[in-house]
Design a protein around this ligand. Sequence first.
Ligand code: CMC
Length: 429
Amino acid sequence: MSKEAKLELDGKSFTLPMVEGTEGERAVDIACLRNYTSCITLDDGYANTGSCLSKITFIDGEKGILRYRGIPIEELAEKSTFVETAYLIIYGHLPTRAELRQFSDLLTANANLHEDMKYHFEGFPSSAHPMAILSAMINASSCFDPGLMKMGNAGRFDLLAARLISQVRTIAAFSYRKSRGLPIIYPKSAYKYTANFLHMMFSEPYDDYEIKPEVVRALDLIFLLHADHEQNCSTATVRMVASSQANMFACAAAGVCALWGPLHGGANQAVVEMLEEIHREGDDGSKFITAAKDKVSGKRLMGFGHRVYKHYDPRAKIIKQACDSLLNVLQISDPLLDIAKKLEESALKDPYFVERKLYPNVDFYSGIIMRAIGIPMEMFPVIFAIGRMPGWIANYKEIAEDPKARIYRPRQIYVGPTLTHFMPLHKRK
Ligand code: CMC
């Protein structure tokens, strides 16, 4: 394998170094290209651009492989928990018993928000989208600890990371309660991470929510499967903001905003909206599939397709199984699940989807699990954000600890007007 790439340009030859990852992925390092040639590379949507070296997550989209710190997602889904996986993603190794205990204790100790943050929740209209509240409140929580602006030593990082992972769940639950006009439910230290979230969402001051282990396990699995996914839109945003040395909370708040859109973290909500539309219209899915193939319709088969996976998303396989098993245990028969299965079956046989390598992604079945648990649709992207927090923090950490880290600053090819002079207002038509 060559260690260099040769570029011919304007009759001159340039040599560019090659970089190889531990899984054999190769890249041409073009960092010096502009110095050598005065040219930059252009890659709309960054589909072919590696923006960093990272040790966190490996994806092979052609083979449908996803690994966190080298461990296959299937093994983690079967044997781990969200909290343990969060530790793995952030610190690079599976925790020992003592490390896991310490991390869990730190999460429990930091679950509560500063009491004054309650007044901020009161300022939002009940119609506010919980993703708007989430990003605003993550940023607001940094105001209650000015020390958050500086990372400082490793102990400080541990505290901030735990606070963010723990409080994002409290903020999420409080924003749901607020949107329903319900009283806030404080976290209980007796509960573990995911059970505590369900308690804060669904308990009442006079009546504790019944925590079912199958429900806890299903939601924990959703968090775990979302915990990282290398340089997706929100994680790349977090790294972009982190590169300016903004604090961890500001980076996470930016990540939430990037995640909100329907092509990213909002897709799980869009999937259920699509399934409801199909159900309402009495369609068996075929009309929708026809519309999704027609670019003019503006419709897409939500929960299908992925920038990186050109094969079945390994997370979708796991979620589909979990969905079947939870609905079985809870004895729920959801017509949307039947529609989703029919849609999948038809799409996987349809040349349009086959040729474009469009397969179900993580969002295709996750919304049906959340519906079964009783989580309202507008909270679906929030659930994604809670799950993705360890990945954002690990990526923030990689930048913060890299002595060679530089501010992210892409270039562009300008295609606007050439030199034009200012026209005074009275002369403009
Ligand atoms: N339904 C119909 N056509 C599609 C779909 C879809 N879901 N996804 C892609 N296509 C078509 C697209 O129109 C294009 O066709 P053509 O080559 O004829 O122009 C071709 O497939 C390639 O699509 P693309 O938009 O260039 O692909 P992309 O890599 O830019 O976008 C995507 C990836 C995930 C945004 C896109 O597949 C999509 O919009 N899917 C639906 C939304 C969704 O489920 N998002 C969740 C992604 S997974 C969770 C996450 O990581 O956020």
